[in-house]
Each structure stands twice: as structure tokens, then as C-alpha cells.
Design a protein around this ligand. Structure first.
Ligand code: NAP
Length: 348
């Protein structure tokens, strides 16, 4: 697609850590082009390069650096907007955009559990996109991306649920600093330390998977009934959430059958060859010391999950370790994949 025929997109909350990741991932995107950026009153009116404290290791794209930051009011020219807004303001702003006919693809928690809003992981529940037809937003819509830890975990759980059924899940996370936005956790709190609490995180991990792994009955989502218990910790890693997961299955399975289910897992985004889709959503590592955030977080464009250490569990049936990139797969990359699916399926 030439740059003239690309779909123009706006980024709400463009100056934040997720917003910057959107700008990075959308640079040279084959279908979309960032033509507008918006943030708080504090940034509005400035050139993007002056408003943003660019923290990514790739250079700030020239074509975005010179854009003037707009206010997050529904008067943008781009009909498709990605939201990396702070959750204290995201709910109302996203709704105002949808009501004016915009397609809003959001990373924020505010609308995730709304009955008519898809909580989308394109490899898992592409059919939930049909929910947007039930939204009464004047032609606009809101589609959401799950919490960053939820995404890694549900990608690992989906093949288990399809092949063996899931009864119960216990998860303990070790979550990266970038998940707390910028400047995030104070260095004096996290250096030489682990913080055993992340506000609001455990309830998200215990409820979002039930909707994602739920069934669309043509009208609404019937939630899955897996029992999930989560404990979340902040650790001194820059990017990449690691999760120790225990599962109880409905049907007996061998270690080899589980590994095979993960290795064979492929879905809609791979079939459609979506630009941001990983070639394989799941990589299993046999080495006892893997997966590790520094080594595996960028695997397959930072969009794949890495799994390792599958073994029997004396309380549950099995336990294993999952790793995924929290700002790529867990935020901007995941949302971009949702928008690509929407375009491929004619929603945009
Ligand atoms: P962040 O770095 O704090 O960025 C927040 C953004 O919201 C900034 O662009 C900020 O603009 C804008 N903003 C704040 N108040 C505003 C207002 N009143 N009006 C308009 N814009 C306003 O946060 P983040 O880490 O990128 O997270 C953004 C969202 O994504 C959050 O809801 C978070 O929970 C979710 N999320 C984050 C991650 C992650 O790994 N970081 C993963 C999944 C989901 P200014 O710079 O102008 O203040």
C-alpha cells in the first residue's frame, strides 16, 4: 500500500509508554499510518517531539516527531484511534469517540468487561468481534485488549482448554517495570527488591480469562467457569512478564500431548497472515532455565509467548512457566493485531 492509500490513524495517550509503543509499531506499518497524536492538556499544542519523553531504543519516527499534539476530543480526522490513555480518563474519552463514530481500539481497563465490548485476543476469540454489532455507538465501536499478564496466560491456556478442558488455574506473576508506565515505580522501591502487590492486577487475571475463553452464543458471551487464583509481583525487569502457572485439567493428558497442543497451535491471525501476527503464537523450550525475559521477550516481533518447564504438579495436574512481552503482545502490539483483524474482516 502506498502511504496515500494507508488508513490514517490517531493515537490517544500518544506520549505515554503504551502510546510510544504504538508510534514505534505503526511506523512503516503496511496498512496504517499515524497522522494524529493526542494527549493531556499539558501536552496539547506542542510538537510531539517536544511533548514526549521518548524512552524507546528505536529512534522517534520523523513523520510523527513534527505532528502537533491534539487534545483527546472527538474531532480527529482519523476514524480509527488507538488508545493508550491513563485509565483515570480513558473510559469517558473512549466512549465520547465511539459515540461520534470512531473505531476505538483500547488498552485501558475501563470498557473491557462491558457486555457488548469484545475483550479480544485474535488467536483465541476472533469470533467475539461480532459483539460490536450490538453496540449502540452510532457506527463507532470500542474493542479492547486484555491486561498484559492476562494475554500471556490465556494464550498458553487456550490449547489446553480446547484439547483437554480446564478446571482450575493458579498463577503467580513476576511483572516488569514498564507495565507501570513511565516513570512508574520509584527506583528506591524496586532496586534490590520485589514488591508483592500491583494495584488492581489480581482481579483482572482472575476475571478477564473467563470472558476471553468464553463462548459467543450469537448474541452475548457466556463466560467460562474455570476457577482462577492469581498473585502478582513487581520485579526489577524492564520488559517481559513471567508467570508460573499451575493447571487442573478436565481430561487426562500426558506431557507430550500438552507440548504437542502448544506446538500445533495456530489461529486466525496466522491464517490471514496479519502483519503483526507472530508466525507461531507459542514457542515451547525444553531447556530447564528457559524462558527468560531478557532472552525471549522479543521473540517473533515480541508477539509470541514462550513456555517452558512443563512438569507434573502434586496439587494441580501440571505446572509451567510462561513469558510474554507486556508492551508488545500485552499492549500496543496486541491492540494493533486486533485492528488488523478488524480490517481483514471488514469491520474497518
Ligand atoms: P502512561 O505512560 O502514564 O501514559 C498515559 C497517557 O495518558 C499519556 O499520554 C498522558 O498524556 C495521557 N493522559 C493522562 N491524563 C490525561 C487526560 N486528562 N486527558 C488526556 N490524556 C491524558 O501510561 P501507560 O503505561 O502508557 O498505560 C496506558 C494505559 O494502558 C493504561 O490504562 C494502562 O493500564 C494500560 N496498559 C499498560 C500496559 C503497560 O505495559 N504499560 C499494558 C497493558 C495496558 P500526558 O503525557 O500529556 O500526560
Amino acid at each position: 500500500m502506498s502511504s496515500q492509500s494507508k488508513i490514517p490513524v490517531g493515537v490517544l495517550g500518544a506520549t505515554g509508554s503504551v502510546g510510544q509503543k504504538f508510534i514505534e509499531l505503526l511506523s512503516n506499518h503496511p496498512w496504517f499510518q499515524v497522522t494524529e497524536v493526542a494527549a493531556s492538556e499539558k501536552s496539547a499544542g506542542k510538537l510531539y517531539k517536544d511533548a514526549v519523553n521518548w524512552i524507546l531504543s528505536t529512534p522517534l519516527p520523523d513523520d510523527v516527531a513534527g505532528l502537533k499534539v491534539k487534545e483527546c476530543e472527538p474531532y480527529l480526522e482519523s476514524r480509527l484511534v488507538f488508545s493508550g490513555l491513563d485509565s483515570s480518563v480513558a473510559g469517558g474519552i473512549e466512549e465520547a469517540f465511539a459515540k461520534k463514530g470512531y473505531y476505538v481500539v483500547s488498552n485501558s481497563k475501563n470498557h473491557r468487561m462491558d457486555k457488548d465490548v469484545p475483550l479480544l485476543v485474535p488467536e483465541i476469540n476472533a469470533d467475539h468481534l461480532k459483539l460490536v454489532k450490538a453496540q449502540s455507538y452510532n457506527g463507532g465501536c470500542i474493542v479492547t485488549n486484555p491486561n498484559c499478564s492476562t494475554i500471556g496466560m490465556v494464550l498458553a491456556l487456550k490449547p489446553l482448554q480446547d484439547n483437554f478442558g480446564l478446571e482450575a488455574v493458579n498463577v503467580v506473576t513476576m511483572q516488569a517495570l514498564s507495565g507501570a508506565g513511565y516513570p512508574g515505580v520509584a527506583s528506591l522501591d524496586i532496586v534490590d527488591n520485589v514488591i508483592p502487590f500491583i494495584s488492581g492486577e489480581e482481579p483482572k487475571l482472575e476475571t478477564e480469562p473467563l470472558k476471553i475463553l468464553g463462548r459467543f452464543d450469537g448474541d452475548k458471551i457466556i463466560n467460562n467457569e474455570i476457577k482462577i487464583s492469581a498473585q502478582c509481583n513487581r520485579v526489577a525487569v524492564l520488559d517481559g512478564h513471567t508467570e508460573c502457572v499451575q493447571v487442573k485439567l478436565k481430561k487426562k493428558a500426558s506431557i507430550e500431548e500438552i507440548k504437542k497442543a502448544w506446538k500445533n497451535f495456530s489461529a486466525e491471525p496466522q491464517k490471514l497472515n496479519l502483519p503483526t501476527a507472530p508466525l507461531r503464537p507459542i514457542y515451547y523450550f525444553e531447556e530447564d532455565r528457559y524462558p527468560q525475559p531478557r532472552i525471549h521477550r522479543n521473540l517473533d516481533k515480541g508477539m509470541a509467548v514462550s513456555i517452558g518447564r512443563l512438569r507434573e504438579d502434586p496439587i494441580f495436574d501440571y505446572k509451567f512457566v510462561v513469558l510474554s512481552h507486556n508492551t508488545n503482545r500485552g499492549a500496543a502490539g496486541g491492540a494493533l493485531l486486533c485492528a488488523e483483524l478488524m480490517k481483514a474482516e471488514g469491520y474497518i
